[in-house]
Design a protein around this ligand. Structure first.
Ligand code: ZN
Length: 266
């Protein structure tokens, strides 16, 4: 090993269908990488630990976990580092940080999957160099995480910006697909909603349906982003996920957000 080898860390993206694990010091220096199908917690976490133990080279200096939720993020809480009341069968009250940290003997960082993506955008991506920004993912659901003053913001739990209220777009009588609030932002603008609304997945939309979907999507997202702009004043909002790939959405969204702000605010 060369003396100037970079300090490498372990990363775990804990998802409902797969756990993605890697070792590296940056996106350009990933020295080991694997995908582990999400089965029961014991088996899945054992495979995660094996990956880090069996990888060539020195063990990672620390491991960061970005997990599906809900999760316990309060460090003084006895269940810090747990997945809590998830609907994912078998995973309710699962300790992620404890087993991985004790098996590897290294410090473990823990946050939500969306906050992990936000921190990654801040370190290496579209929010590089910024201290206060928001990352939003618009896919099957809508999630967003705020980094404020360089730190992932969390209080009693993580923010639920996907569930803020949005005014109904003109001509839209869809009741909304959120099981909790019906017509919140996620209930009106997530990918699952588009599929329910038009009877086919968002990526299959074309013609008049596509045009209508993009118009409503821009309207709902702009309304949601207006609330985020006015409550957090982020330096930038980064949007990921599958729905932003709808052709023509981004230019329309930019215009719709400018309209929604109506010249007020920084
Ligand atoms: Zn909701």
């Amino acid at each position: 090993m060369r003396d100037d080898a970079p300090v490498r860390f372990g990363a775990v993206e804990a998802g409902g269908t797969k756990f993605v694990c890697l070792i590296g010091s940056s996106p350009d220096d990933v020295v080991a990488h694997t995908r582990i199908p999400t089965r029961d917690p014991q088996q899945t976490l054992a495979e995660v630990v094996s990956f880090f133990k069996e990888a060539a080279g020195p063990p990672p200096a620390a491991v960061g976990i970005a997990s599906f939720g809900p999760v316990e993020l309060r460090m003084g809480n006895p269940r810090y580092g747990y997945i809590t009341a998830t609907p994912k069968p078998g995973w309710t009250d699962t300790d992620l940080v404890g087993p991985i940290g004790s098996a590897l003997g290294v410090p473990v960082g823990f946050d939500t999957d969306v906050a992990g993506a936000a921190l990654g955008e801040g370190r290496w991506g579209a929010a590089r160099g910024l201290s206060t920004f928001v990352y939003m993912t618009v896919g099957t659901g809508i999630g967003a995480a705020a980094v404020i003053g360089g730190r992932s913001a969390a209080g009693l739990g993580h923010a639920e910006m996907g569930h803020i209220s949005v005014p109904r777009q003109p001509g839209d009588d869809f009741p909304g697909a959120c099981p909790f609030h019906r017509d919140c932002l996620e209930g009106m603008a997530a990918g699952g909603t588009l599929a329910a609304r038009f009877g086919r997945p968002a990526e299959d939309l074309d013609g008049a349906d596509l045009e209508q979907a993009v118009a409503w999507e821009a309207g709902y997202l702009a309304a949601g982003l207006r609330t985020i702009v006015y409550t957090i004043a982020p330096e930038r909002i980064v949007i990921g996920g599958s729905i932003p790939n709808l052709p023509g959405l981004f230019p329309l969204l930019r215009t719709a957000l400018v309209d929604a702000l109506a010249g007020y605010g920084a």
